[in-house]
Design a binder for this molecule. Structure first.
Ligand code: PLP
Ligand code: COI
Length: 338
């Protein structure tokens, strides 16, 4: 195996095994191990036509001691059940989710990047309706799978400030839609705006609330946060994904003596922030250097242009320190796989 761990991007690659489990006749079957990345299904499967699918994203980290750590995967299991309920998929029990994640990581242990490379093993659980329907209604057969791949940073800059672009031309989710769920349709809806942002030289798109286009929602595949006056400020919105990273940062920031505000953030307030960033499993913490609002002609800039701000840097160190086992985990967020 010849992997350049330090220069991994966020991309698909083959590993040894994945795990799968079918839901049929009202119950979940046995967890199966497969070495094929292919799946076979009826062309009428509801996931293909009507987007009846949910996915998750989490990571396994290797510590200095060589041991493998999982971060808050009980939260991913819970969120997948919320997504399932929201689009009428069969819910994956907590124990099945956790067993599947643990098993697939152990089976692919050799792909968990060495400590100190900045890389990790990305874990992608996936739940789809495979039973065929041509009318719009839920499937009666579901497939839950988990596959993994070693990854580096989502934004190629890594822990370097990026520029992002406010989008008003498209919404990724409606106020009473599925934005708070991790379902494929939201990502399909985001592709044009993210592609437009990329074409214009930006790392991603920043969404505003769909109803009024007045408040910040989230940043492509990551939540948004801002720092001002020793306060961690992050949007409260019904159409953003409740990020486990963001929730963790709020706890860390609070324990660092900061105030936490989860509330509407008006676009104009961007002018007043000392630091801003995007956070998520894949994005980790990505500092923002510049937010461009083409429609108003405004550009909001943060920091010295090349380095993360001091609070963002502290949050990053603490979060990744816990994830890689370099600092103590006072919260019980880490599960060591032995
Ligand atoms: N927002 C969106 C749209 C996402 O896809 C993700 C990634 O999962 C996040 C936010 C961050 O969530 P988390 O921190 O749980 O990975
Ligand atoms: C994650 O952060 O795990 C995500 O799922 C974002 C993804 C769209 C790459």
């Amino acid at each position: 195996m010849n992997i350049d761990w330090k220069n991994l991007g966020f991309g698909i690659s083959e590993t040894d095994y994945n795990v799968r489990c079918y839901y049929r006749n009202g119950s979940w079957g046995e967890l199966e191990i497969s070495s094929s990345p292919q799946i076979s299904m009826h062309m009428g499967a509801t996931c293909l036509h009507y987007g009846q699918e949910s996915f998750e994203g989490l990571k396994a980290y290797r510590g200095k001691d060589g041991r493998i750590r999982l971060f808050r995967y009980d939260e991913n299991a819970k969120r997948m059940r919320t997504s399932a309920e929201g689009i009428m998929l069969a819910e994956v029990p907590q124990s099945l989710f956790q067993e599947a994640v643990e098993k697939v990581v152990k089976l692919n242990e050799r792909f968990v990047p060495p400590h100190g490379t900045g890389a990790s093993l990305y874990i992608r659980p996936l739940l789809i309706g495979t039973g065929p329907q041509v009318g719009v209604r839920p499937a009666d057969v579901f497939l839950f799978m988990v596959f993994v791949m070693p990854v580096g940073p989502y934004f190629k800059e890594g822990f370097k400030p990026v520029d992002i672009m406010i989008t008003r031309d498209h919404d990724r989710a409606a106020p009473l839609g599925t934005g708070h769920l991790k379902v494929g349709g939201n990502y399909a809806a985001s592709m044009t705006s993210v592609a437009e942002a990329h074409d214009a030289g930006f790392a991603t798109a920043l969404y505003l609330d769909a109803r009024e286009k007045k408040y910040i929602d989230e940043a492509g595949p990551a939540n948004f946060f801002a720092i001002r006056d020793n306060t961690y400020i992050t949007p409260d919105s019904s159409s953003i994904l409740p990020s486990i990273t963001n929730k963790s940062l709020q706890q860390i920031a609070s324990d660092m003596g900061m105030k936490i505000e989860k509330r509407h953030i008006e676009v104009g307030e961007l002018e007043t922030f000392e630091e801003t960033g995007a956070c998520g499993t894949a994005a980790v913490i990505t500092p923002i250097r510049k937010i461009v609002d083409k429609d108003t002609g405004k550009t909001y800039t943060y920091g010295d242009g090349s380095n993360p701000g001091p609070v963002t840097a502290k949050l990053y160190e603490r979060l990744t320190g816990i994830q890689y086992g370099d600092v103590e985990d006072p919260y019980g967020w880490i599960t060591i796989l032995d």
